[in-house]
Design a protein around this ligand. Sequence first.
Ligand SMILES: Cc1cc2nc3c(=O)[nH]c(=O)nc-3n(C[C@H](O)[C@H](O)[C@H](O)COP(=O)(O)OP(=O)(O)OC[C@H]3O[C@@H](n4cnc5c(N)ncnc54)[C@H](O)[C@@H]3O)c2cc1C
Length: 298
Amino acid sequence: MEYIRDIHQQAAQQGKPVVSIEFFPPKTPGGEKALFERTIPESMKLAPDYCSVTYGAGGSTRDQTLRIVREIQDRHRLTCMSHLTCVNATREQLRAYLNEADQAGVRNILALRGDPPAGTSEFQAVQGGFEYSYQLVELVRSFDRFSIGVAGFPEGHIACRAGKQADWDHLKSKVDAGAEFVLTQLFFDNRDFLDFRDYIRDRAQLDIPVFPGVLPILSGRQIKRFTELCGASIPPSMARRLDELGDDDAAVSEYGIEFATRQCRELLDEEVPGLHFYCLNKIRSTSRVIEALGLKPR
Ligand SMILES: Cc1cc2nc3c(=O)[nH]c(=O)nc-3n(C[C@H](O)[C@H](O)[C@H](O)COP(=O)(O)OP(=O)(O)OC[C@H]3O[C@@H](n4cnc5c(N)ncnc54)[C@H](O)[C@@H]3O)c2cc1C
């Protein structure tokens, strides 16, 4: 499978945006059946450049993440990146995961710290584990076998009390450790993304491509919960519209498609190198956005 850094380079040479889609490991056998039988085959029709699979809190989806990544690569011949977090893991456990991923043909890792486990508010490194994602980046880099992505936060990371610029400055340690690209947290005001991107490039002088994370909204209740958890904000006009639409998820999804299409068009006009879609294992809305942008192959 390809290194994502090579996918980026080829797309930049061809002047094409890189399109990637993120999945999460389902919690139930029914969810897994739907992922394998519907969501992933439908996603393949969009010909994404690569996809990624999240890593559950505290390593709860460790085996599932790797199994899904492997299945996508082996069955669909699509490059797939494994997310990996430091939560509840020692250096040796992380090393073991990376060895297994390497043997399974995984070439790309999104190196994350992870959120504090449920019931705790502050992240605590375990004895022999890591405190920050840059330490995981260093470990992944030491294998010399993977292309490495990291997370970025256009509105600043929720736990960074010193403000968003202090958080953005912390990206330097990830880049110095070997990160090759940034995927951002979801956001709804493109100004937040553009300020972040410009700061990284012009003020912090980091030479690293930054890919916006785009979430076509599927439900009002769900997006309020997500944004509370990750610290992203809902613009007032969006909050009003979501209030009007209430629990009518079909109408909210239509609004989400329109909003995300407009958002992506503006981002592409600003020459972002690509778009990373949080499809939430329901590909219909993402598919409609990609189609409306003219990025779906005929
Ligand atoms: C695209 C994307 C995918 C994600 N996928 C997952 C997933 O699969 N599983 C999951 O559990 N979570 C996932 N997350 C969430 C992520 O794990 C959390 O947001 C987590 O709290 C922060 O991770 P990080 O890698 O940015 O951590 P870090 O880079 O370690 O940052 C954490 C905090 O420490 C600060 N910090 C960083 N470096 C330093 C330093 N050198 N010195 C002092 N302070 C520092 C930062 O400002 C920040 O406040 C994802 C997030 C994004 C954007």
